[in-house]
Design a protein around this ligand. Structure first.
Ligand code: IMP
Ligand code: MG
Length: 195
């Protein structure tokens, strides 16, 4: 009887994704407290209207809002970018508008990260047309090395190198948003470069 050789069809394991901690949750929280204090100082006694960009900016907004004393309201907007390498295409469109008017309000746009700047450039143009009393920008993270649009953020949590980060609202294919820290994502040992 011929010997039958079993061919093992070993499935190749997908390389494991890893996240290397870049900014701990504790550091994020203490920096947000400082930012909140500064914002309140700059607009002492004024009602503030925080506008966050879904979904990444939500964690930052809620922590920031809880640390700003006095009158604070908030609203949400959502945008989508066309194509794959969306951030650099500059094609941003609105998928969900604000619930209420911002006319005459002191508006702080709250974003997770300022990367190429295309998203914020689009939003700031849109909001400026709606005649707010003041329009300011607060970002948790800034990647200055990636800027394509001349966007200025008034409040910056941390400047970070040009690496793809996840956590604290930031995602990779909708995952990792729930991490309480910000980390650099690597795919199978290789850190993912931003496109
Ligand atoms: P921008 O229009 O290029 O400034 O891109 C801003 C948006 O791109 C952010 O709100 C994020 O949703 C996304 N983004 C940019 N860099 C990263 C990153 O390192 N990790 C996850 N999302 C990012
Ligand atoms: Mg975002």
């Amino acid at each position: 009887m011929p010997r039958v050789r079993k061919v093992q069809n070993k499935k190749e394991k997908a390389p494991a994704e890893k996240v290397r901690v870049l900014i701990t949750g504790a550091k994020i929280q203490s920096r947000i407290k400082e930012m909140a204090r500064q914002i309140r100082k700059d607009f002492a006694g004024e009602p503030l209207h925080l506008v966050s960009v879904l979904k990444g900016g939500v964690f930052f907004l809620t922590d920031l809002a809880r640390n700003i004393p006095g009158q604070v309201s908030f609203d949400f907007i959502a945008v989508a970018s066309y194509g794959q390498n969306t951030h650099s295409s500059g094609q941003v469109r609105l998928t969900r508008d604000l619930d209420s008017s911002i006319e005459g309000k002191t508006v702080i746009v709250v974003e997770d990260i300022l990367d190429t700047g295309m998203t914020l450039q689009y939003l700031l143009r849109l909001f400026q047309q709606r005649k707010p009393k003041h329009l300011r920008v607060a970002v948790l993270l800034d990647k200055p090395g990636r800027r394509l649009a001349a966007v200025h953020a008034d409040y910056i949590g941390f400047s970070i190198p040009n690496e793809f980060v996840v956590g604290y609202g930031l995602d990779y294919s909708e995952r990792y948003r729930n991490l309480p820290y910000v980390g650099v994502l690597s795919l199978g040992g290789k850190e993912r470069e931003t496109v």
